[in-house]
Design a protein around this ligand. Structure first.
Ligand SMILES: [Cu+2]
Length: 514
């Protein structure tokens, strides 16, 4: 733990900006190239997408109940290929298919088992993003699965209804594995959410919307790219939604619920409707908000989710659009997607729409965690490729948290580069951003948050009851290139009075084969 003191943030950023500008000028050695880099417009596909393909909806994963009453899913990671409308077979990876994976769905209180089979030629893992579960089931770099092996994590779902997701988390290879197509949604239901008059008929008035940006090379293959000026990893110029290029969705009801997931590896979006109509934000990463929040925009950085309800009129068409997101740094915006606009998905209303009830005024109570109940305050500084100046070390435990305890983490980004924070095992609440209470879209349960420039984000969370001094959970930047580069730390949950143990050495050597 370190204490937070005053930091020279603005001067530091200015210095970084000047240094980067000097590097740009020196590297390019040509005023023409430099001018082009600085003056070229961002990507703008607004009004230019022909929306020619029906939106693919990931199937609900089949499941069975075993002798112990557990709900069992199969999830096989495999290589495949898909034609993304380019007339070429693009080599992809997927779960139970060639790209992305089925939507897993379980109800609070159920015990689930997922038989993860690695059908890939290299180790991978499957992390349950947003899920509270024992560390050994978490699917991080300490639970890599060897090629050909099966890993069968099991846990009891015990958290509010929410839109979670799953994706690989292998050591140093997460960006590549997600980029190739390994990801899927995990929806949790509960009694409270089910009792509300919300659209919830999957594939009818309730849809996953998994947004990813891709680069295709001349051969139509997915290409991981590095922009030397952005330093944030791969930014693509083509959007896929649920793996569909230029998608449209036929809407048959007056209200449609979209479960937005930013499944991109580096890009941040600022979603809205092309005609600027308001919509209702009803949920964030970890569950429903206390009440619908009417807004025109919702920013999602990689890994974040938002559930929105959009009202439609018979016969109309309107596009979901991503507007230039406020990444907070005028200089780096140019190279990090902060000036890009994308048409994402066209909503096409049928000539007659089925009636939908009005949204309720209240959703679910979200009890605020009392800051006075926190036993520890930690300070995390994000800069470069490290946290508090340290790069990820599989053998180093950075923090030991007492099971069931409440902690406050104070997180500050110091380098003017886009970063976000994801914490495993918990859903947190935002106490303050830059000393101010959180805006409505950050007032619910979160597990991932975009870090603003300059301003410290204070979050509060209650950790789980699953103590294990040896097997760590992760906290990290969810811009996956940064994560792979070491912007990650490890914490263990321990019994009161217990110390952190020693993580198992290495990752791939500790996969759980049958
Ligand atoms: Cu980052």
């Amino acid at each position: 733990m370190t204490t937070t003191g005053p930091r020279p943030r603005r001067p530091l950023r200015l210095l970084v900006g000047i240094l980067v500008a000097v590097v740009v000028l020196c590297c390019c050695g040509s005023a023409g190239i430099t001018g082009w880099l600085l003056l070229r417009p961002g990507i703008d596909t607004a009004g230019k997408v022909d929306f020619r393909n029906p939106l693919a909806v990931p199937p609900l994963a089949p499941s069975r109940i075993d002798d112990e009453g557990r709900r069992v899913f199969d999830l096989r990671a495999q290589a495949g290929q898909r034609d993304f409308g380019r007339g070429t077979a693009t080599r992809t990876w997927g779960f139970e298919g060639d790209y992305l994976g089925p939507t897993l769905r379980a109800t609070r209180g159920e015990r689930v088992v997922v038989d993860v089979v690695n059908g890939l030629p290299e180790p991978t893992s499957v992390h349950w993003h947003g899920m509270r579960l024992p560390a050994v089931m978490d699917g991080g770099p300490h639970q890599e699965v060897r090629p050909g092996a099966t890993w069968s994590p099991t846990w009891t779902v015990d958290q509010p209804a929410a839109t979670l997701w799953y994706h690989p988390h292998p050591h140093g290879k997460t960006e590549e594995h997600v980029y190739r197509g390994l990801a899927g949604m995990f929806i949790i239901d509960d009694e409270r959410e089910s009792a509300l008059p919300l659209p919830r008929d999957y594939g009818v008035d309730d849809f996953p919307v998994i947004v990813q940006d891709k680069n295709f090379d001349r051969d139509g293959q997915l290409r991981v790219t590095r922009n030397m000026f952005s330093g944030i990893g791969t930014l693509g110029d083509t959007l896929l939604v649920n793996g569909t290029v230029a998608p449209y969705l036929d809407v048959t009801t007056e209200r449609v619920r979209l479960r937005l997931l930013n499944g991109s590896t580096a890009r941040t979006y600022d979603f809205g409707l092309a005609d600027d109509r308001p919509f209702a934000l009803i949920g964030t990463d970890g569950g429903l908000l206390p009440a619908p929040h009417t807004t025109r925009r919702i920013t999602l950085s990689p890994g974040e989710r938002a559930e929105i309800v959009v009202g439609m009129r018979a016969g109309e068409r309107v596009a979901v659009r991503s507007f230039p997101p406020a990444l907070g740094n005028v200089f780096s915006d140019r190279f990090t997607g902060g000036e890009d606009t994308f048409d994402v998905l066209e909503l096409r209303a049928a000539g007659t729409l089925a009636a939908a009830p009005d949204l309720p005024n209240q959703l679910v109570p979200v009890k605020r965690i009392d800051p006075a109940s926190a036993v520890t305050t930690r300070s995390l500084d994000f800069a470069g490729r490290g946290i508090n100046g340290k790069s990820m070390d599989m053998g180093r435990i950075d923090a030991a948290v007492v099971r069931g305890s409440v902690e406050i983490w104070e997180v500050t980004k110091l380098d003017g580069t886009p970063h976000n924070l994801h914490v495993h095992d918990v859903q947190f609440q935002v106490l303050t951003i830059g000393g101010e209470p959180p805006p409505p879209h950050l007032a619910g349960w979160k597990d991932t948050i975009l870090l603003p420039d300059d301003d410290t984000v204070r979050i509060i969370m209650r950790f789980g009851d699953h103590a294990d001094p040896n097997v760590p959970y992760m906290y990290h930047c969810h811009l996956l290139y940064h994560e792979d580069q070491g912007m990650m730390g490890q914490f263990v949950v321990v019994e009161p009075g217990q110390s952190a143990g020693t993580p198992p050495r290495g990752g791939a050597g500790h996969s759980h084969g049958q």
